[in-house]
Design a protein around this ligand. Structure first.
Ligand code: KIV
Length: 277
């Protein structure tokens, strides 16, 4: 049975840790889904790790829908969350509802995620009222990178920590089914996790959240520009890929690939006939 938001919420009640990973394409989504990861986020982080932009800001809704469709095709079991990109929910509630609906109707996602707390709570309520599950995202919100002064840890003072709790509470009351908490002190994340009724999914928010999310290219070591402090590389895929690619390069140059095993045959009489022409 495909994972539902009720399954995710029940995991917090049962004290079961929740794992979420990003995916941006069919093949990766299939592997993540087969590994039993219940939540897949098609994050706008794809702007950085797939498309090579410096921030997530240039990512458009068309790009997000394109990648979300691919992930949905590869993940029949996990709950797929589509990330609303910059300026697709900021201008008006109408815009927000229309764009949230596109993720469900045109891309087949089961939920959407948007960044912000108190300021987006009304929009969250309206999207949820339309029957679309919403995942919140507070703390370091990369779409506000210029306002925040870069990708840096958030909520480290009394005022900003208090504001973070207000944001989490506002999202909880607005009806989100879970909240991503990014790059905040782990003791504050623990406090927020106790205060809200829905699961918290941490990234750079320590071990006491209800779940964790990682950007798949970070944890597989295939994104080589930098390694964020919150990331753990479980494998160095870039090294493995480099080695395989140079082996391929050497074999093609040496004439040892392809062999007959990788080639197609034809009846010898056909060749003989053609050679005569
Ligand atoms: O875009 C993304 O991948 C995200 C995660 C960092 C949570 O928002």
């Amino acid at each position: 049975m495909p994972v539902t938001i009720n399954d995710i919420k029940a995991m917090k009640q049962k004290g079961e840790k929740i794992t979420m990973l990003t995916a941006y394409d069919y093949s990766t989504a299939k592997i993540v889904d087969e590994a039993g990861i219940p939540l897949i986020l098609v994050g706008d982080s794809l702007g950085m790790v797939v498309l090579g932009y410096e921030t997530t800001l240039p990512v458009t809704i068309e790009v997000m829908l394109h990648h979300t469709r691919a992930v949905v095709r590869g993940a029949p079991n996990a709950l797929v969350v589509g990330d609303m990109p910059f300026m697709t929910y900021h201008v008006s509630i109408e815009d927000c509802l229309r764009n949230a609906g596109r993720f469900i109707q045109e891309a087949g996602a089961q939920a959407i995620k948007l960044e912000g707390g108190v300021t987006v709570a009304e929009k969250v309520r309206r999207v949820v009222d339309c029957g679309i599950p919403v995942m919140g995202h507070i703390g370091l919100t990369p779409q506000s990178t210029h306002q925040l002064g870069g990708h840096r840890a958030q909520a480290r003072s009394l005022d900003t920590a208090r504001k973070l709790i207000e944001d989490a509470t506002a999202l909880d009351q607005a009806g989100v089914f879970s909240i991503v908490i990014e790059a905040i002190p782990y003791k504050l994340a623990e406090l927020v996790t106790k205060k809200v009724s829905v699961p918290t999914i941490g990234i750079g928010a320590g071990p006491y959240c209800d779940g964790q999310v990682q950007i798949i290219n970070d944890m597989l070591g295939s994104f080589t520009d930098f390694v964020p402090r919150h990331a753990k590389q479980y494998v160095q895929l870039a090294d493995i890929m480099r080695k395989a690619i140079s082996e391929y390069d050497s074999e093609v140059k040496a004439g040892t690939f392809p062999t007959e095993k990788h080639s197609f045959t034809i009846d010898e009489t056909v060749i003989a006939e053609l050679e005569k022409e």
